[in-house]
Every structure is written in structure tokens, then in C-alpha cells.
Design a protein around this ligand. Structure first.
Ligand code: ATP
Ligand code: MN
Ligand code: MN
Length: 363
């Protein structure tokens, strides 16, 4: 497209690859997103996220403020940031945030697995400024997830490379084959979007054609990983799925299927070129979700992301189609019925959307 062709206000109607021609601008806007996420201030957070996402989809680089006229969601605040960068090479507002002690400290605390904005802010208000201060503080009670987050912080904050993700995939496939030969493993999340470089974890969907069989999968997989000495941490949520409770706007962003959040030991021998460090292994965050097979397509669409792509898909369904989409199902409020889908393509078709390949969903 050219600067003149119209840009959709929905990420699900824009092809967004990882090739971002406006990184200098979107990086700046994402600092603002992060700053408002830390304080859980919804309005500006949504506005800057949408603006950044629109800029990521452009096939051209912004070279003047005139070229961004008419772009959806690029409002006054975003325009100011863009203008400053065009004029001075940097945004003063963003630089102020980056230098801010609270921003830096909350970012550090939230980089620990299991620590969200509320906990990070509480620690900050207690005067804590570093991870070692938290660990040394006698009154701070860490939950099991946070304890493991601190224990494996240096590995987990380094992110997962694409070759490490492939090695994790091979391990998960082997493990599933040995405990449930009929089950199917599908890579999901950022690595399915071909987001190269690295991700914060590796996400998988596991399911089986046998009715109800999916409920046994995750416990069996975790048991097998444990036997091999590869399970460093697990938090398991059994399914609380109930078709009566969905679809519902309140639950749009989460799901009720059985899932587990893991930290696995990835041995260097599994990765070509090995892993960093001299221990011969590294810790990796892995998420598994196990939907019943008839809900697989919805889970696959929901877990492939990006988060912004998902938000805009649901918003498009609601606003443009009077439908409710979540990770379980698609409900047509006009016809008062669920719309079944075997594949992601079926869901796009129900929504009257052109199919988007996973690598175009990096919104
Ligand atoms: P990265 O892992 O590198 O940060 P990602 O896109 O893979 O990038 P994740 O946080 O792993 O991000 O999430 C992948 C997808 O799974 C997202 O689209 C998100 O909506 C979905 N997801 C993640 N956690 C849950 C959850 N607890 N319940 C439902 N959906 C989830
Ligand atoms: Mn992920
Ligand atoms: Mn994940």
C-alpha cells in the first residue's frame, strides 16, 4: 500500500509482519503503553497500543507529520511523540519516562515470573528498588511461582531463541508421543507467528480426538517430564470450562480450558550450538493448553496472538458483526447460536474476514 491507501482500524484487517518500518516510533509509543500498564490506567494504554499497532502495519516509513494524517487511532498524544522524533530524533516525554526511577523499578520487578503490577507497585512503595533487596527483606512472602521466578530470573529474562524453541517443541512432541500416542501437539503463540529473534516463552496446544481424553493429557505430560528430571516448576489449572458460562464479554481475554504454566530444563545437547552458560542447560518458560477437540480452532486462533491482534478480532466481532468471539467459541447474537469451526479459516469466514496467516498477525 501507499501512504494514500486507507488503513483499517482493526488489526485483523491489516497484514502485520515482523518487518516494522516504523520501529523508532512504535518503540517510543510502547514505552508509553508500558508506563500506563504499570499503573493500570486503561484509557491511554489502549490508545497508545492501537496507535503503535497501526504504525507497525505500514509498508512505508513515516517521514513527515503530513503522512500520518488520516491514520486511525493516531491521536494528538501519539502525533506529538512522532513529531518530536521526526524533529529531534527522540521524544522528551519518552526519555523522561525511561529515566524515571518508578518506571525502571516496576519494569525490573515485573520481569520476574509471577510478579504483576500490583505486587511490583507494593514493593516500590515499601521502598524496595532491587531484586536483591526483595530477597533480603525479612517480611516479604513470595508465592511458589515468584520463588521460581527469582530462582530462574537470569535464564527467563534472557528470552527464548528460535532454535531453542524448536528444541522445546521436539521435547514436548516426544513427551506427548510417549504418554498419549493419539494426541496432537501444535505450536502456538509468538513462535507460530514466525516472530524470529526471541520470545518470552514457548506456547503449545495439545488435544486428542478421543472425547474427554484431553483432560488427562496435561497431568500425564507433567508426570513424564518430572520423571525425566526436566520439570523445574509447574502450575496446573484443571478445566473449569462450561458452555453455559461462555461466550461472555467478561471472559473474552482468558479461557477455562485445562492449562499449565511450566519452567522446563532445556539441555544444551538438544540445541545445536548448545545453550549459553557453563551449566549445560537453561530454564525455559512453557505454556500448555488442552481444549476439547471441537474447540481446538478457537483456542488456536486465541493463543496464536498477538495480543493486539486478538483484542481487535474480538472488537471486530462485537462491533461489526454482533458476535462474541473468545478462545472457546463464536456466538452470533443476531441468530442466537454458536457457529462451529474446525479450522481457523472457518472462523475468519464466519466473521466475513479475509484469512490472515499467522505471520501476518504480528499486530
Ligand atoms: P511472548 O511469549 O514472546 O511474550 P506471545 O505472543 O507468545 O509473545 P504469550 O503471553 O505467550 O505471548 O501469549 C500467547 C497468546 O496466548 C496470546 O494471544 C494470549 O492472548 C494467549 N494467552 C496467554 N495466556 C493466556 C491465558 N492464561 N488464558 C488465555 N489465553 C492466554
Ligand atoms: Mn508466548
Ligand atoms: Mn505464553
Amino acid at each position: 500500500s501507499s501512504p494514500e491507501s486507507p488503513v483499517s482500524p482493526y488489526a485483523c484487517q491489516r497484514r502485520t509482519t515482523i518487518e516494522n518500518k516504523n520501529k523508532i516510533f512504535t518503540d517510543a509509543l510502547e514505552v508509553l503503553v508500558e508506563r500506563y500498564e504499570q499503573s493500570e490506567i486503561e484509557g491511554p494504554c489502549v490508545a497508545f497500543r492501537r496507535a503503535a499497532s497501526v504504525l507497525k502495519s505500514l509498508s512505508w516509513s513515516i517521514e513527515s507529520v503530513r503522512s500520518i494524517e488520516g491514520l486511525p487511532y493516531v491521536g494528538d498524544s501519539s502525533r506529538t511523540v512522532i513529531q518530536e522524533i521526526l524533529q529531534y530524533g527522540r521524544s522528551f516525554e519518552v526519555e523522561r519516562i525511561l529515566a524515571d526511577e518508578r518506571y525502571q523499578t516496576l519494569k525490573l520487578f515485573m520481569s520476574v515470573f509471577g510478579v504483576g503490577p500490583k505486587t511490583a507497585d507494593k514493593w516500590y512503595r515499601q521502598g524496595l528498588r532491587s531484586l536483591s533487596q526483595i530477597l533480603a527483606h525479612p517480611d516479604i512472602q513470595l508465592n511458589r511461582m515468584q520463588q521460581n521466578g527469582f530462582l530462574h530470573h537470569s535464564d527467563l529474562s534472557r528470552g527464548v531463541r528460535a532454535d531453542e524453541a524448536r528444541a522445546v517443541e521436539a521435547l514436548i512432541v516426544e513427551t506427548v508421543q510417549s504418554v498419549a500416542p493419539d494426541a496432537v501437539v501444535t505450536l502456538s503463540g509468538g513462535f507460530r507467528r514466525y516472530r524470529s529473534m526471541f520470545g518470552h516463552d514457548v506456547d503449545f496446544i495439545v488435544t486428542t480426538a478421543e472425547a474427554g481424553g484431553e483432560s488427562l493429557l496435561l497431568p500425564l505430560i507433567m508426570e513424564r517430564l518430572q520423571e525425566q528430571g526436566l520439570l523445574l516448576f509447574q502450575a496446573y489449572n484443571p478445566s473449569t470450562f462450561d458452555l453455559q458460562k461462555v461466550p461472555c464479554r467478561r471472559y473474552e481475554a482468558m479461557d477455562f480450558f485445562a492449562k499449565c504454566f511450566l519452567i522446563l530444563k532445556l539441555e544444551g545437547s538438544r540445541v545445536q550450538g548448545g545453550v549459553q552458560g557453563d551449566r549445560g542447560w537453561r530454564a525455559v518458560r512453557v505454556d500448555l493448553v488442552a481444549p476439547p477437540i471441537e474447540h481446538f480452532a478457537f483456542t488456536q486462533l486465541g493463543w496464536t496472538g498477538s495480543r493486539q491482534f486478538e483484542r481487535d478480532l474480538r472488537r471486530f466481532a462485537r462491533t461489526e458483526r454482533n458476535m462474541i468471539l473468545d478462545n472457546h467459541a463464536l456466538y452470533d447474537k443476531t441468530k442466537n447460536q454458536f457457529l462451529a469451526a474446525l479450522t481457523e479459516k472457518d472462523i475468519f469466514a464466519h466473521l466475513g474476514l479475509e484469512y490472515m496467516e499467522p505471520w501476518h498477525r504480528n499486530a
